[in-house]
Write a new protein. Sequence first.
Length: 428
Amino acid sequence: MTYKEQYTAVLVIGAGMAGIEASLMLSKADRKVHLIEKTSYTGGTAIKFEEVFSNMECSTCMVAPRQQELLQDKNINLLTLAEVEEVKGSFGKFTVKIHKKARYVDMQNCIGCNACFEPCPVSLKNEFEEGLSERKAIYVPCAGALPNVPMIDTDHCLRFNGKDKDCKACQEACMFEAIDFNQKDEQLELKVGAIVAATGFDIFDSKKAPQYGYGKVDDVYTAIEFERLYASNGPTEGNIVLKNGDAPKSAAIIHCVGRDKKGYCSSVCCMYSLKFNHYLKSKIPEIKISEFYTDLCIPGKSHQKFYEKMKETEVDMIRASEIEVAKQGKGIAVKYSNGNGKKSNLPVDMVILAPAIEPRDDASKLAKILGISIDEYGFFKEENPDVSSVVTSKPGVFIAGCSQGAKNIQDSVSQASASVGKALSLSK
């Protein structure tokens, strides 16, 4: 097949850090890009973070310019609330069917004033905020989400679920006629030459490891929940507080939650757990911190320095096994065996769990649609791990970021660059 016979556009699936990087690089190579994102916003999990290791860079300062560049790039066709339903053809000539859900808010007319939120009579837990705050049936996930245009959750909207078909509260509050109840879902067909899958990750459900008390003991949080507690645009506006509103005087950070069940190291948990020392000490300087680990994963030339710096926060690093978290009076007890097999009990006010990174729950479904393999852990599988981590068994389909395996932001972006390089080099 000659270059002219190929479709030159590229499909990128997932608008997290890897997907954004791949899209911008392809655009700079003068390729048309169709960027598909199943949520209503871009940035992936990275926009939930306030700071990223190891330089403790402001996450928003890092991500927001890339998001803005993405939204303004004429070569990039961003399709939010969209999912891939079918892929046919081969490298150079793929035909892809996309299901795009209606937002019910006109993206051209909306100015992001949020006047439509307050009159909505529905309140429910905000998934973006890990259930730590509430949202309306019309909403943006958090302040600063891009594109800054709300969507209507039709499962809970009274008008759409049939509980009050005449409800127009949000529409009546909008001065710019942006609320459009007549929008419909769309079925789109795209012609592309290559596909980059960068669909991100989920975290292990800590309730599946009941010994840590998650969901049963108050003030036991997952890492992502704690990120949102610290975030200035989060549910507590950056104040680290217990459920009773008080600041904790002591905290335990527990590594490797779910590692025994998953069978692999997620490689980033030790680093972000150390980052949490900075989070806690910056807001509550007098707090006592204990980190419980089985072994430490400190990869990379800059990470050892970060580890040494975080130890200066006077954290107690405790190698432990048989860890159990239970309620003790008004607080929490962390019970554990130390390296000598001695049983100990540490009372704390707050526990932060570091759950394993795992594939998205729909990874196997998308793999079947794309015609690629998944590995024994459920991540997208590379064809030859000794040669390339981005090439799959399906010619023309490339993978990047945590869809291929657990990794940090820097490695995800590097892998996105590699996938773009492969796609461009093979389509000349």
